[in-house]
Design a protein around this ligand. Sequence first.
Ligand SMILES: [Zn+2]
Length: 330
Amino acid sequence: MTPRAGPNWVDFAAVKRAVSLEAVLRHYQLPGLRPHRDQWQGCCPIHGGNRDDSFRAHLTKNVFQCFACHARGNVLDFVAAMEKCSIREAALQLQQWFGVTVPVGAPGARLSRAAADMQNWELVRKEEANNVPLRFALTGVQWNHPYLAQRGIDTPTAAEFGVGLYPGPGLMRGRIVIPIRNARGQLVAYAGRALDGRAPKFKLPAGFHKTLELFNLQRAAITGAKTVIVVEGYFDCTRVHQAGFPCVVALMGSSLSAAQESSLLRHFDRIVLMLDGDAAGRAARQAITARLSGRCLVEVVRVPDGSQPDQLSCSAIRQLLAVARTREPW
Ligand SMILES: [Zn+2]
Protein backbone atom coordinates (compact mmCIF):
# COMPACT_ATOMS: atom_id res chain seq x y z
CA MET A 1 0.00 0.00 0.00
CA THR A 2 1.36 3.42 -0.94
CA PRO A 3 0.97 6.09 1.73
CA ARG A 4 -0.97 9.07 0.46
CA ALA A 5 0.49 12.56 0.61
CA GLY A 6 -1.77 14.71 2.74
CA PRO A 7 -1.67 17.23 5.53
CA ASN A 8 -0.91 14.59 8.17
CA TRP A 9 1.54 12.63 6.11
CA VAL A 10 5.19 13.18 6.96
CA ASP A 11 8.11 12.14 4.80
CA PHE A 12 10.85 12.10 7.46
CA ALA A 13 13.57 11.43 4.89
CA ALA A 14 12.44 14.37 2.75
CA VAL A 15 12.48 16.70 5.77
CA LYS A 16 15.99 15.52 6.72
CA ARG A 17 17.16 15.99 3.12
CA ALA A 18 15.65 19.46 2.84
CA VAL A 19 16.73 20.94 6.17
CA SER A 20 20.35 20.83 7.30
CA LEU A 21 21.37 20.77 10.94
CA GLU A 22 23.19 24.04 10.32
CA ALA A 23 19.95 25.70 9.12
CA VAL A 24 18.19 24.50 12.27
CA LEU A 25 20.97 25.73 14.57
CA ARG A 26 20.89 29.10 12.79
CA HIS A 27 17.13 29.17 13.16
CA TYR A 28 17.48 28.86 16.94
CA GLN A 29 20.24 31.52 16.97
CA LEU A 30 22.02 29.83 19.87
CA PRO A 31 24.50 32.31 21.32
CA GLY A 32 26.44 29.62 23.21
CA LEU A 33 27.66 27.81 20.06
CA ARG A 34 30.71 28.68 18.01
CA PRO A 35 31.88 27.35 14.64
CA HIS A 36 35.02 25.18 14.62
CA ARG A 37 36.00 23.66 11.24
CA ASP A 38 32.94 21.74 10.07
CA GLN A 39 31.54 21.58 13.59
CA TRP A 40 29.69 23.87 15.92
CA GLN A 41 30.49 23.39 19.56
CA GLY A 42 29.69 24.98 22.87
CA CYS A 43 27.11 24.93 25.64
CA CYS A 44 24.44 22.30 25.12
CA PRO A 45 21.18 24.06 24.23
CA ILE A 46 19.22 20.96 25.19
CA HIS A 47 20.17 20.46 28.83
CA GLY A 48 21.35 24.06 29.26
CA GLY A 49 24.57 23.29 31.13
CA ASN A 50 27.38 25.79 31.38
CA ARG A 51 30.27 23.61 30.18
CA ASP A 52 31.14 25.18 26.86
CA ASP A 53 32.57 22.04 25.28
CA SER A 54 29.82 19.51 25.95
CA PHE A 55 27.84 19.95 22.73
CA ARG A 56 29.07 19.22 19.20
CA ALA A 57 27.23 19.40 15.91
CA HIS A 58 28.84 17.94 12.78
CA LEU A 59 27.60 20.03 9.88
CA THR A 60 28.69 17.69 7.09
CA LYS A 61 27.26 14.60 8.79
CA ASN A 62 24.18 16.49 10.06
CA VAL A 63 24.40 14.91 13.49
CA PHE A 64 24.90 16.27 17.00
CA GLN A 65 25.99 14.88 20.35
CA CYS A 66 26.17 16.13 23.92
CA PHE A 67 28.77 14.45 26.14
CA ALA A 68 27.02 15.64 29.30
CA CYS A 69 23.34 14.81 28.80
CA HIS A 70 24.01 12.15 26.12
CA ALA A 71 21.46 13.65 23.71
CA ARG A 72 22.42 12.76 20.15
CA GLY A 73 20.96 12.29 16.70
CA ASN A 74 19.88 14.12 13.55
CA VAL A 75 17.86 17.31 12.89
CA LEU A 76 14.61 15.64 13.87
CA ASP A 77 16.06 14.43 17.19
CA PHE A 78 17.46 17.91 17.82
CA VAL A 79 14.13 19.68 17.26
CA ALA A 80 12.26 17.02 19.26
CA ALA A 81 14.68 17.59 22.18
CA MET A 82 14.47 21.37 21.93
CA GLU A 83 10.68 21.46 21.60
CA LYS A 84 10.13 18.50 23.97
CA CYS A 85 7.92 16.87 21.35
CA SER A 86 7.77 13.66 19.30
CA ILE A 87 9.86 13.05 16.18
CA ARG A 88 6.71 13.32 14.12
CA GLU A 89 5.82 16.70 15.64
CA ALA A 90 9.43 17.81 15.09
CA ALA A 91 9.14 16.91 11.39
CA LEU A 92 5.85 18.81 11.08
CA GLN A 93 7.44 21.77 12.84
CA LEU A 94 10.41 21.75 10.43
CA GLN A 95 8.05 21.49 7.45
CA GLN A 96 6.28 24.58 8.71
CA TRP A 97 9.37 26.62 9.64
CA PHE A 98 11.25 25.90 6.44
CA GLY A 99 8.27 25.48 4.13
CA VAL A 100 9.29 21.95 3.14
CA THR A 101 6.82 20.84 0.53
CA VAL A 102 5.85 17.20 0.21
CA PRO A 103 6.66 16.18 -3.35
CA VAL A 104 3.78 14.98 -5.46
CA GLY A 105 4.13 11.38 -6.61
CA ALA A 106 5.48 8.28 -4.98
CA PRO A 107 7.26 8.95 -1.69
CA GLY A 108 10.99 8.56 -1.99
CA ALA A 109 10.96 9.15 -5.74
CA ARG A 110 14.04 11.04 -6.87
CA LEU A 111 13.26 14.63 -7.72
CA SER A 112 14.34 16.01 -11.06
CA ARG A 113 16.78 18.93 -10.94
CA ALA A 114 13.96 21.32 -11.91
CA ALA A 115 11.66 19.97 -9.21
CA ALA A 116 14.45 20.18 -6.64
CA ASP A 117 15.14 23.79 -7.64
CA MET A 118 11.47 24.54 -7.36
CA GLN A 119 11.44 23.02 -3.89
CA ASN A 120 14.39 25.16 -2.83
CA TRP A 121 12.69 28.20 -4.24
CA GLU A 122 9.51 27.34 -2.33
CA LEU A 123 11.61 26.94 0.78
CA VAL A 124 13.05 30.43 0.43
CA ARG A 125 9.75 32.01 -0.53
CA LYS A 126 7.81 30.52 2.38
CA GLU A 127 10.52 31.37 4.86
CA GLU A 128 10.25 34.98 3.75
CA ALA A 129 6.63 35.21 4.84
CA ASN A 130 7.61 36.09 8.42
CA ASN A 131 10.54 36.30 10.80
CA VAL A 132 10.33 33.73 13.58
CA PRO A 133 10.57 35.30 17.07
CA LEU A 134 13.78 34.48 18.93
CA ARG A 135 13.71 32.01 21.79
CA PHE A 136 16.29 33.91 23.83
CA ALA A 137 17.43 37.42 24.67
CA LEU A 138 21.09 38.37 25.03
CA THR A 139 22.03 39.21 28.60
CA GLY A 140 24.81 41.40 29.96
CA VAL A 141 24.51 44.04 27.20
CA GLN A 142 26.47 47.15 28.24
CA TRP A 143 24.48 50.31 27.56
CA ASN A 144 27.16 52.68 28.76
CA HIS A 145 29.89 51.62 26.33
CA PRO A 146 32.03 54.59 25.13
CA TYR A 147 31.21 53.78 21.48
CA LEU A 148 27.59 54.77 22.07
CA ALA A 149 28.57 58.11 23.59
CA GLN A 150 30.84 58.61 20.57
CA ARG A 151 27.83 58.04 18.28
CA GLY A 152 25.82 60.51 20.36
CA ILE A 153 23.53 57.93 21.94
CA ASP A 154 22.93 58.73 25.60
CA THR A 155 22.63 55.96 28.17
CA PRO A 156 18.84 56.29 28.79
CA THR A 157 18.20 55.98 25.00
CA ALA A 158 20.60 53.02 24.76
CA ALA A 159 18.84 51.34 27.68
CA GLU A 160 15.39 52.00 26.21
CA PHE A 161 16.39 50.50 22.85
CA GLY A 162 18.47 47.75 24.50
CA VAL A 163 21.47 48.81 22.39
CA GLY A 164 24.95 48.14 23.74
CA LEU A 165 28.11 46.07 23.68
CA TYR A 166 27.58 42.33 23.95
CA PRO A 167 30.58 40.79 25.71
CA GLY A 168 29.29 37.20 25.70
CA PRO A 169 30.04 34.34 23.29
CA GLY A 170 28.54 33.58 19.88
CA LEU A 171 27.75 35.35 16.63
CA MET A 172 27.45 38.81 18.22
CA ARG A 173 30.50 38.62 20.49
CA GLY A 174 32.21 42.00 20.93
CA ARG A 175 29.70 43.84 18.74
CA ILE A 176 27.22 46.60 19.50
CA VAL A 177 23.92 44.73 19.43
CA ILE A 178 20.65 46.30 18.32
CA PRO A 179 17.49 44.32 19.11
CA ILE A 180 14.97 44.26 16.25
CA ARG A 181 11.31 43.63 17.06
CA ASN A 182 8.37 42.98 14.77
CA ALA A 183 5.19 45.10 14.76
CA ARG A 184 3.83 43.01 17.64
CA GLY A 185 6.89 43.77 19.73
CA GLN A 186 8.38 40.27 19.50
CA LEU A 187 12.17 40.13 19.34
CA VAL A 188 13.05 38.71 15.90
CA ALA A 189 16.79 39.41 15.54
CA TYR A 190 19.82 41.28 16.74
CA ALA A 191 21.88 43.39 14.38
CA GLY A 192 25.54 43.44 15.43
CA ARG A 193 27.63 46.51 14.57
CA ALA A 194 31.41 46.05 14.46
CA LEU A 195 33.28 48.37 16.80
CA ASP A 196 36.31 48.67 14.55
CA GLY A 197 36.67 48.58 10.78
CA ARG A 198 35.95 44.84 10.76
CA ALA A 199 33.74 43.41 8.01
CA PRO A 200 30.86 42.97 7.89
CA LYS A 201 29.98 46.31 9.42
CA PHE A 202 26.58 44.91 10.42
CA LYS A 203 25.97 41.25 11.12
CA LEU A 204 22.43 39.91 10.86
CA PRO A 205 21.53 36.30 11.59
CA ALA A 206 21.06 34.04 8.56
CA GLY A 207 17.40 33.52 7.83
CA PHE A 208 16.38 36.95 9.13
CA HIS A 209 14.68 39.08 6.47
CA LYS A 210 15.09 42.74 7.26
CA THR A 211 12.80 43.71 4.38
CA LEU A 212 9.90 42.35 6.45
CA GLU A 213 10.41 44.72 9.37
CA LEU A 214 10.59 48.43 10.08
CA PHE A 215 13.02 49.08 12.91
CA ASN A 216 11.25 50.67 15.93
CA LEU A 217 7.74 50.21 14.46
CA GLN A 218 6.46 48.68 17.71
CA ARG A 219 7.39 51.85 19.66
CA ALA A 220 6.30 54.28 16.93
CA ALA A 221 2.90 52.62 16.54
CA ILE A 222 1.97 52.84 20.23
CA THR A 223 2.51 56.61 20.27
CA GLY A 224 -0.81 56.78 18.41
CA ALA A 225 0.63 59.49 16.13
CA LYS A 226 -0.54 59.50 12.52
CA THR A 227 2.69 61.04 11.26
CA VAL A 228 5.86 58.96 11.18
CA ILE A 229 9.44 60.01 10.47
CA VAL A 230 11.25 57.52 8.24
CA VAL A 231 15.06 57.29 8.39
CA GLU A 232 17.60 54.82 6.97
CA GLY A 233 19.67 53.44 9.86
CA TYR A 234 19.33 52.18 13.43
CA PHE A 235 21.41 55.04 14.84
CA ASP A 236 19.52 57.66 12.80
CA CYS A 237 16.42 56.30 14.47
CA THR A 238 17.78 56.39 18.03
CA ARG A 239 19.09 59.91 17.34
CA VAL A 240 15.73 61.27 16.12
CA HIS A 241 14.00 59.56 19.06
CA GLN A 242 16.49 61.18 21.41
CA ALA A 243 15.76 64.59 19.84
CA GLY A 244 12.19 64.24 21.08
CA PHE A 245 10.41 62.49 18.18
CA PRO A 246 9.37 59.02 19.33
CA CYS A 247 7.31 58.27 16.22
CA VAL A 248 10.25 57.30 14.01
CA VAL A 249 11.12 54.11 12.11
CA ALA A 250 14.19 52.98 10.16
CA LEU A 251 14.23 51.14 6.83
CA MET A 252 17.53 49.42 7.75
CA GLY A 253 18.79 50.49 4.35
CA SER A 254 17.82 52.93 1.66
CA SER A 255 15.04 51.05 -0.06
CA LEU A 256 11.41 50.54 0.89
CA SER A 257 10.21 46.95 0.48
CA ALA A 258 6.61 46.04 -0.35
CA ALA A 259 6.12 44.69 3.19
CA GLN A 260 7.52 47.88 4.73
CA GLU A 261 5.31 49.98 2.46
CA SER A 262 2.15 48.19 3.57
CA SER A 263 3.19 48.45 7.25
CA LEU A 264 3.63 52.20 6.90
CA LEU A 265 0.28 52.63 5.17
CA ARG A 266 -1.46 50.44 7.75
CA HIS A 267 -0.21 52.46 10.73
CA PHE A 268 0.21 56.04 9.51
CA ASP A 269 -1.41 58.75 7.34
CA ARG A 270 1.60 60.95 6.82
CA ILE A 271 5.26 60.15 6.20
CA VAL A 272 8.16 62.49 6.80
CA LEU A 273 11.16 61.18 4.86
CA MET A 274 14.46 62.03 6.50
CA LEU A 275 17.00 60.05 4.50
CA ASP A 276 20.77 60.51 4.27
CA GLY A 277 22.24 63.49 2.46
CA ASP A 278 24.07 61.37 -0.11
CA ALA A 279 23.38 60.05 -3.63
CA ALA A 280 21.73 56.85 -2.36
CA GLY A 281 19.56 58.81 0.07
CA ARG A 282 18.45 61.27 -2.61
CA ALA A 283 17.63 58.47 -5.08
CA ALA A 284 15.67 56.62 -2.39
CA ARG A 285 13.82 59.81 -1.47
CA GLN A 286 12.68 60.27 -5.07
CA ALA A 287 11.69 56.64 -5.54
CA ILE A 288 9.79 56.40 -2.25
CA THR A 289 8.00 59.74 -2.73
CA ALA A 290 6.86 58.62 -6.19
CA ARG A 291 5.62 55.29 -4.83
CA LEU A 292 3.71 56.68 -1.87
CA SER A 293 2.29 59.89 -3.29
CA GLY A 294 -1.44 59.66 -3.75
CA ARG A 295 -1.60 56.91 -1.12
CA CYS A 296 -0.60 59.04 1.87
CA LEU A 297 0.90 62.46 2.61
CA VAL A 298 4.63 62.51 2.01
CA GLU A 299 6.83 65.27 3.33
CA VAL A 300 10.56 65.51 2.59
CA VAL A 301 13.14 66.78 5.06
CA ARG A 302 16.44 67.59 3.38
CA VAL A 303 19.38 66.44 5.46
CA PRO A 304 22.47 68.55 4.59
CA ASP A 305 24.73 67.09 1.88
CA GLY A 306 27.33 64.71 3.18
CA SER A 307 25.60 64.04 6.48
CA GLN A 308 23.02 61.69 7.92
CA PRO A 309 20.58 62.19 10.80
CA ASP A 310 22.74 60.40 13.39
CA GLN A 311 25.51 62.94 12.77
CA LEU A 312 23.25 65.94 13.42
CA SER A 313 22.82 67.56 16.81
CA CYS A 314 19.43 67.16 18.47
CA SER A 315 18.75 70.88 17.96
CA ALA A 316 19.60 70.60 14.23
CA ILE A 317 17.13 67.70 13.96
CA ARG A 318 14.45 69.74 15.75
CA GLN A 319 15.05 72.66 13.39
CA LEU A 320 14.79 70.50 10.26
CA LEU A 321 11.61 68.87 11.50
CA ALA A 322 10.14 72.21 12.63
CA VAL A 323 10.27 73.39 8.99
CA ALA A 324 8.30 70.32 7.92
CA ARG A 325 5.86 70.95 10.76
CA THR A 326 5.15 74.54 9.67
CA ARG A 327 4.32 73.40 6.15
CA GLU A 328 1.86 70.83 7.48
CA PRO A 329 1.46 70.69 11.27
CA TRP A 330 1.33 67.36 13.06
ZN1 LIG B 1 23.33 18.23 26.79
